[in-house]
Design a protein around this ligand. Structure first.
Ligand code: F3S
Length: 114
């Protein structure tokens, strides 16, 4: 089992997950985070702290977005994006976009450059 960040994270990046992670498994894109499946120790500390419920384990996903697709995104972008090891302020408008549908179309594949 591995943990996966999915669509609800897009345009939010609350980063509470980063604070909870003991092994720096999160990587940062322009408007989304992903979990590195190689670094992740499957502790589950990140799952309950995400305000958007963007993190899921295994195939258990009550929110409906495509977990298989996001599993691939996590594995792929973890090799492209820098590690984020400190939490930060959420993105502007994150509170209003927590449960917004269809955020996949806004997913930015570029690495966060600071
Ligand atoms: Fe994203 Fe949730 Fe972390 S919104 S940055 S997965 S706390």
């Amino acid at each position: 089992m591995t943990y996966v960040v999915g669509e609800p994270c897009v345009k939010c990046k609350f980063t509470d997950c980063v604070k909870a992670c003991p092994v720096d498994a999160f990587h940062e894109g322009v408007n989304t985070l992903v979990i590195n499946p190689v670094t992740c120790i499957d502790c589950g500390a990140c799952l309950p702290v995400c305000p958007t419920a963007a993190i899921v384990a295994g195939t258990d996903n009550p929110s409906g977005w495509d977990i298989a697709e996001w599993k691939e995104y996590n594995a792929f972008y973890a090799t492209k994006w820098p590690v984020i090891d400190e939490s930060k302020e959420p993105m502007e408008g994150a509170e209003d976009l927590k449960t917004a549908p269809g955020k996949l179309r806004d997913f930015d594949p570029n690495p966060f450059a600071g």
